[in-house]
Design a protein around this ligand. Structure first.
Ligand code: PMV
Length: 359
């Protein structure tokens, strides 16, 4: 695949042109977690995620012909070179795929739909939104590419920019990482699961309970690296592969009990791995545990099939189907919000993937 996209790259003279393109891309929340990588952003195990709807990045790229590569990055209206450094590095490291950038001046403007200091990671949404813009600029040079391969290519490049971003370009649900359980799956890009899931999962809500809006004390890059010396890593990768197989079956049949069991176990394993790395670290806060206990008690008492997952941080993602939304939202407002930072939570749900912006 790499060769296909390398050979497709536009290597000609960029015409005297300029313009502006824009894309909105969502964040995603993993159910089976990607934690540990090798080589060039190759996951140690496959992962599965819900694509979100409300937590998005909007990116516009203004481009014009130039003698050499030029790059400016604006975040929420202000020039922020440090925020753009990851994109610039991605472009420099992967010039072979985008040689035309050396004849372009790029002005990137990005903003997130989710509030500042909400502890929501933006690299998946921001990197995939930038990649969609870059591919659109390329298509202005080469002629539009068509067909399903476009999103696969977007996923491949998003992965090079930020691993989990590979999953953000597909609607509903995505699988990233090669597994025998799914034909066509790959370590190099994600694939859509939208046609292989029970309709109930397309209605899922993700209410993000903000326990703390502080930025993470340990970056995910450092966390992945610590898996290299983690004595439990081989067992973890075996377990993740098993969980992928069983979750794929449960997603197809609509088996909510298995879904809940795997999703919660994966969230706790992710944090357990952090706690047994060397050096170890803890990203949960006391209210993360209080919420987990509340949610489990509520599920046992009411039989409502809600469950939690965690990202690499203290916030709790509460997952439940649309048919339970009224009851669960009442429960959030009356009970769970008390454990949140200033009673903050974000009502998100499964979404439809990237959107082209017209302005
Ligand atoms: O894409 P990265 O390198 O930020 O890693 C993401 C890791 C987790 O968010 C913890 C899990 C996942 O699969 O999204």
């Amino acid at each position: 695949m790499e060769n296909k996209w390398l050979s497709e790259a536009f290597r000609g003279e960029v015409p005297d042109f300029h313009g502006r393109v824009g894309w909105q891309c969502p964040s995603n929340i993993a159910l089976v977690k990607y934690w540990g990588k090798k080589g060039k952003q190759i996951p140690q195990n496959p992962s599965i995620s819900f694509t979100l709807s409300e937590c998005c990045t909007e990116t516009f790229v203004e481009f014009e012909k130039a003698d050499r590569f030029g790059f400016n990055f604006f975040f929420e209206g202000k020039e922020k070179p440090a925020f753009g450094a990851k994109i610039e590095k991605f472009l420099m490291d992967n010039q072979a795929f985008f040689p035309f950038i050396n004849q372009l001046n790029l002005k990137v403007e990005s903003r997130n739909s989710f509030p500042h200091s909400s502890g929501i990671a933006s690299s998946a949404s921001s990197m995939s939104a930038f990649v969609m813009c870059l591919m659109e600029i390329e298509s202005l040079l080469t002629g539009p590419s068509t067909g399903s391969g476009t999103l696969t290519k977007a996923s491949y490049f998003s992965r090079l920019a930020s691993g989990s971003a590979a999953r953000s370009v597909f609607p509903k649900m995505a699988l990233w990482g090669a597994t025998e359980g799914y034909q066509g799956s790959s370590d190099e890009y994600a694939v859509s699961l939208a046609d292989d899931i029970h309709p109930v999962f397309k209605t899922y809500h993700d209410s993000i309970l903000i326990v703390s809006g502080e930025t993470k004390s340990v970056s995910s890059r450092a966390g992945h690296a610590l898996m290299e010396g983690n004595p439990y890593a081989p067992a973890r990768y075996a377990q993740a592969n098993e969980n992928i197989k069983n979750l794929l079956t449960a997603l197809k049949s609509g088996d909510l009990d298995t879904f809940i069991n795997i999703t919660e176990s994966e969230a706790l394993q992710l944090h357990a791995l952090m706690m047994c790395s060397n050096p170890s670290f803890i990203l949960m806060k006391p209210n993360t545990l209080n919420l987990i206990n509340e949610i489990r008690t509520f599920r046992n008492e009411t039989k409502i099939p809600l469950c939690f997952t965690l990202d690499a941080g203290p916030n709790v993602h509460l997952l439940y189907p649309e048919q339970e939304a009224d009851k669960v939202e009442y429960y959030i407002k009356t009970v769970l919000a008390d454990y949140c930072d200033r009673e903050r939570w974000i009502a998100d749900r499964v979404g439809d993937g990237p959107k082209k912006l017209l302005r």
